[in-house]
Design a protein around this ligand. Sequence first.
Ligand code: MG
Length: 381
Amino acid sequence: MTTLAPYAVREATSRGRAHHEDAPAYRGAFQRDRDRIIHSAAFRRLEYKTQVFVNHEGDMFRTRLTHSIEVAQISRTIARALGLNEDLVEAIALAHDLGHTPFGHAGQDALNACMRDCGGFEHNLQSLRVVDMLEERYASFPGLNLTYETREGILKHCSRKNARALGALGERFLNGGQPSLEAQVANLADEIAYNNHDVDDGLRAGLLDIETLTSTAFFREQYESVRERWADLSGRRVIHETIRAMINRQATDLLDASRAAIDAAGPGSVDDVRSHCTSLIGFSTEMLEQHRALKRLLLRNLYRHYRVFRMSMKAQRIVGDLFGVFFETPRSLPHDVQRRIEERGGGEPERARLVADYIAGMTDRFAIAEHRRLFTVGELT
Ligand code: MG
């Protein structure tokens, strides 16, 4: 690893883990966090969870697993160039989507609606719940017992109400502080990754076309310079060269703008970063506008495309149906979920939360199969 900048997170000054553990012999604390994330069940399930395209729609689209790996790659590149802690940024990036429901945002909206009277459902908070409580792997503690710094990075957003229940981790959502620069990098790398790969997947699915995309200056400039440079290049190579140039432009802009912001603020430690009034990792004003324009285009033409909308409708129905039947009839749940509900005793909010945990953990295809088993007469259970 390259030398850490003074404002990087350091293991020596880590706020530690909730349950004490001796330091590992030949790995750093954040390496251990990353390794625990990679070995978790929730991480493996990311392979069959999608954001825009449901898994069975095709094998060529990004899944949450490949998305998370792309986010980790972009994060590490930026972190290394800024002298930040690469192990930490990688751990945050690989864990950032662990709490996502099946069927991406449609699934989350449906689960949030089901949980309206029981505290709601936030995928970000759920990622934290996965690593803090839901993974069952260690003898001495629930969850993965990750360091404060990895958990801080995972919790990207949080409502004030939920922040109050989180102690030190929730404070910044109440007092306006910032997370570490490593957390800020992972957050922006997420945006760079999905904006660009959704262009690629949208084109591949035939829901976007070049003509529509060239209505935004950012895509058009990269596309035209690729066409100019390689006049005979055709098909997917043109698209990939264009997307490669877009990622490169955005990452370079992010680095330059962030370096300038860090130099101007002059943080001498990660605590200076945390108490700074704004985030220091970000695009230049021009790039931010181009980035937003592309996001708007994707919203209009891809996320709201009728074919995506149809699948979202189905996804919402599946999640809503599953929640309804499990909540009303806990006996239809697998034994281990029933056991957890009995152990917690508790009332309806606790039962609803455990049902939400069960559904949120499902992959797209498992949720579809479970729905078929429960609602299709003649289907084997
Ligand atoms: Mg993401």
